[in-house]
Design a binder for this molecule. Structure first.
Ligand SMILES: *Cc1c(COP(=O)(O)O)cnc(C)c1O
Length: 232
């Protein structure tokens, strides 16, 4: 058995407890909420320790880190989620290594991923990243652009559109947090109304998990609350 730092196990337990609490409070089922452990800047050894606590889904922001860690952990049954900005010269790596991409916001990138997804792998699960708090971030499409990009993705057989992702502007105010997540939820419901079979809301991080679950998050992306503060 590998030695798992007690702090890591305690943090993962605490995150699961927070998810369970929020699910209960808002009439949701914990099983419908996937905990994605954001392992950017963390070592493969730290990922192994989280695995020993039952964690299987890991989120990476940088293609170089995805490459390195998916090599080291190639024999493990893990689910790799790419959640960072996608540069066009990194699409092949993502197409080959990732199970999910949360941060799709351009047709050109979608086409490259579609062309580069290996034949022997299932279609790449993708979420459209939506900019729901316009000022702060340059990533993501505007809410009124979601439908257009969704239509383009639908025409790409090696991509499977699963839903939407957002990183709202940080705020401590739980009401503002919920308002932002409610906007993403409204975008997803709009797609569903138009017949899209989308089921995923990737939203909520260490500091706004409860608000995200209240508004229907199905994947929460948690880094700091699992692995501790990142240095640098
Ligand atoms: C870093 C990151 C997270 C995790 O943030 P924490 O505050 O450490 O939980 C989630 N999503 C994205 C896109 C990130 O880049």
């Amino acid at each position: 058995m590998m030695a798992v730092p007690t702090t890591l196990r305690a943090r993962i337990d605490a995150v699961h407890a927070a998810i369970d609490r929020a699910a209960k409070q808002y009439g949701r089922r914990s099983e419908d909420i996937t905990l994605l452990a954001v392992s950017k800047t963390r070592s493969s050894e730290e990922i192994r320790q989280a695995m020993a606590c039952g964690q299987r889904a890991f989120g990476e922001n940088y293609a170089s880190e995805l490459q390195e860690k998916s090599n080291v952990l190639a024999d493990e049954a893990l689910s790799w989620h790419f959640i960072g900005p996608v540069q066009s010269n990194k699409t092949r790596l993502i197409a080959e290594r990732a199970d999910w991409l949360h941060s799709l916001d351009r047709e050109r990138i979608a086409r490259r991923l579609n062309d580069q997804r290996p034949e022997d792998r299932p279609a790449l699960n993708v979420c459209i990243q939506v900019n729901i708090s316009d000022e702060s971030s340059k990533s993501g499409v505007a809410p009124e652009e979601v439908l257009g990009l969704a239509e383009q993705i639908l025409a790409l057989p090696r991509l499977r559109l699963r839903g939407l992702m957002a990183i709202p502007a940080p705020t401590d105010d739980p009401i503002e947090q919920r308002q932002a997540f409610a906007r993403l939820r409204a975008c997803l419901e709009d797609l569903q109304t138009r017949g899209y079979e989308v089921d995923t809301l990737s939203m909520g991080m260490s500091d706004d998990l409860q608000a995200a679950i209240a508004e229907g998050a199905t994947i929460v992306r948690v880094g700091t609350a699992i692995f501790g503060p990142r240095s640098g």
